[in-house]
Write a protein that binds this ligand. Structure first.
Ligand code: SF4
Length: 374
């Protein structure tokens, strides 16, 4: 199999700020031991930045090639990797609160059987690194608008789900049959051109589950970027408050389920600098790594998005979906945001409103001001 350009625990991919490792967390699940293991790896071998991705995975940045083996061993020991072949099957996204949202169908219990179904077939050792499955039970935190190779949506009848991919006809199947059906779709993908399909449904909210909910507490680090010390603190909070693993969300946040003292946990998360309120402008601002972390970057998306957050907070502006991108590829989000800044080089941005180009080639300061306006 040719060397993949897709980062994983077994495949450290060079970026502008050093090696990048992606840790796939099926369904975003991660327990306190995993968070501690990640914090330790970030502290010992990373450059201090840990990212939560829009597929509810984690990324360590700034890894030196010489340390790759040690990092992989440590992450496997912390239960965060199943080795190269196992990790290739771990790209399964689930809506994060299916069991706690009365408006959703809970597909979470199918996560483990689906993974076991994918693990059972050795032909899937050849699976494409970007192969992924999205399980959407609908509800307030639906995955609508996101993309995956295989999309599973609950319904149309109770106990059934619609399975869609680009190389087999769509079919409605019993939810209990999903492990076999998803594994068959994965086998059918072998040798096919890489294509994804969109999770159907109304456009998703710009921010994820934040603050106190019915049995859960949600928070996110601004821009989904955090550090080793904060991860260690999140592990401690998981031990003290959480029944079961914490859940990373595709909104780059984390949800603690099964919490009794929810308001106290929310306050502790806020004290760590995490966003716990959907009215906070930081809840809806996203950015890619930009020029400091990506050789394709034409602008410092992280620094400029941080300025946007600061300006909107200072002005008391409402939360608005804002995407700051280091180039036109738009890795952080494919769907149009309310306002999108795309770096054009030379310290300038093209500014878009709801996907329409509004102000081309403006200086970064002006683009930040435009994105900061109420
Ligand atoms: S959008 Fe461009 S600059 Fe940002 S991470 Fe993707 S390729 Fe790099």
């Amino acid at each position: 199999m040719p060397m993949s350009t897709c980062p994983s625990v077994a495949n450290v991919v060079a970026r502008a700020d050093g090696g990048l490792i992606r840790i796939r967390r099926p369904g975003g699940r991660i327990d306190a031991t995993g968070l501690d293991g990640l914090a330790d790896a970030a502290e010992r071998w990373g450059n201090g930045v840990v990212e939560i991705t829009n597929r509810a995975n984690l990324q360590l940045r700034g890894i030196r090639p010489a340390d790759a083996g040690a990092v992989a061993s440590a992450l496997e020991a912390a239960g965060l990797s199943s080795g190269p072949d196992g990790d290739r099957r771990r790209n399964v996204l689930v809506d994060p609160l299916g069991d706690l949202d009365p408006t959703a169908v809970d597909l979470g219990p199918m996560l483990r059987p689906i993974l076991e179904g994918l693990d059972a077939d050795r032909r899937l050792d050849a699976l494409d690194d970007k192969f992924g499955v999205a399980l959407d039970g609908g509800g307030s935190w639906s995955l609508a608008g996101r993309r995956a190779a295989v999309v599973v949506v609950a319904g149309p009848a109770p106990g059934t789900a619609l399975v869609t991919c680009s190389w087999l006809p769509s079919e409605v199947v019993a939810i209990a049959d999903l492990p076999a059906v998803v594994a068959a779709a994965a086998v059918a993908s072998l040798g096919q051109p890489r294509r994804s399909v969109v999770v159907p449904g109304a456009a998703r909210p710009a921010s994820g589950p934040l603050g106190v909910g019915a049995g859960w507490v949600g928070a996110m680090p601004p821009l989904g970027r955090t550090d080793a010390a904060t991860l260690a603190a999140l592990a401690g909070l998981a031990r003290r408050y959480c029944a079961g693993p914490a859940r990373l969300t595709p909104w780059r946040g984390v949800v603690y389920p099964g919490v009794e003292d929810r308001h106290r946990l929310r306050d502790e998360l806020a004290d760590l600098g995490l966003v716990v309120d959907r009215s906070d402008p930081a809840s809806a601002v996203i950015a890619c790594a930009g020029s400091t972390g990506c050789t394709s970057g034409l602008g410092d998306a992280v620094a400029d998005a941080t300025q946007v957050i600061g300006a909107r907070r200072a002005a008391g502006s409402p939360a608005l979906g804002i995407h700051v991108s280091g180039c036109a590829k738009g890795c952080a989000q494919s769907a149009p945001a309310d306002v999108t800044l795309i770096a054009a080089g030379g310290g300038r941005y093209d500014v878009y409103r709801r996907g329409q180009r509004d102000s081309p080639g403006v200086l970064a300061a002006e683009a930040i001001a435009l994105a900061s306006a109420p």
